[in-house]
Design a protein around this ligand. Structure first.
Ligand SMILES: C[S@@+](CC[C@H](N)C(=O)[O-])C[C@H]1O[C@@H](n2cnc3c(N)ncnc32)[C@H](O)[C@@H]1O
Length: 208
């Protein structure tokens, strides 16, 4: 059964802001200033598309954005967003089914990987990796392996909640750091939020 966020689309943004007090938004937007004029960008799992409005408010503009989102309800909301002078191609399918001849200057995966078991996450990582240009930028934001007891408890509750409502199978966070290391990515910037439970990272690819 694939992950399906349709049932939570109408309250997802409010819930995430109430629970994490904006840390989820700050983590996803911190490194947007690294985008360069005219970049082609692949956003995977952008949810209701509020990030498109943040990008639209930036200068420079003129980005070509491909927005791949598995949930029909999420993408319906994303299509209503202001995109200013950017071009956005909305694609409603799981990223595993997306293929493009063109590779991208930037990929953005905001809180995508926490949905998957390690072997699924590895497959999805490799698939996205194929779509990023050499020396391309990968903006990754997600939860970090919990260190504190309250973080472990919170993660358990979150995964149970999304298992019941969205069929998320993950019962722990997948190890994505290893994937970046294995694929020769260089960590350019990093900042943690919410007492270290959330991370924002900017990686540069150095594929052969
Ligand atoms: C935890 S939500 C994060 C949404 C958004 N990035 C945010 O933080 O507000 C994960 C999003 O990833 C999408 N998603 C899950 N699996 C996906 C897949 N295989 N391909 C594309 N999108 C996926 C879900 O539909 C959902 O909108």
């Amino acid at each position: 059964m694939p992950v399906n966020y349709n049932r939570v689309a109408w309250f997802y943004d409010t819930l995430s802001r109430v629970v994490f007090g904006g840390a989820i938004v700050r983590a996803q937007t911190l490194y947007l200033p690294l985008l360069e004029a005219g970049d082609s960008i692949l956003i995977v799992g952008g949810g209701t598309g509020w990030i498109l409005e943040r990008i639209a408010n930036m200068s420079p503009k003129g980005f070509r954005i491909t927005y791949v989102e598995a949930s029909e309800e999420m993408i319906k909301r994303a299509k209503k967003r202001t995109i200013a002078q950017n071009e956005v191609f909305f694609i409603n399918c799981p990223i595993e089914e997306f293929n493009s001849k063109n590779s991208f200057d930037v990929v953005i995966t905001p809180f995508l990987f926490d949905n998957f078991l390690t072997h699924q996450a590895e497959k999805i990582f490799n698939h996205i990796n194929k779509h990023l240009k050499n020396s391309g930028l990968w903006l990754y934001s997600d939860f970090r392996q919990p260190e504190k007891i309250w973080q472990k408890g919170m993660l358990k509750i979150m995964l149970l909640f999304f298992k019941l409502l969205c069929k998320v199978e993950a019962n722990k966070l997948p190890d994505i750091e290893t994937q970046f290391r294995k694929n020769n990515y260089t960590l350019r910037e990093q900042k943690n939020f919410y007492k270290g439970f959330i991370t924002a990272r900017a990686y540069t690819s150095t594929q052969q």
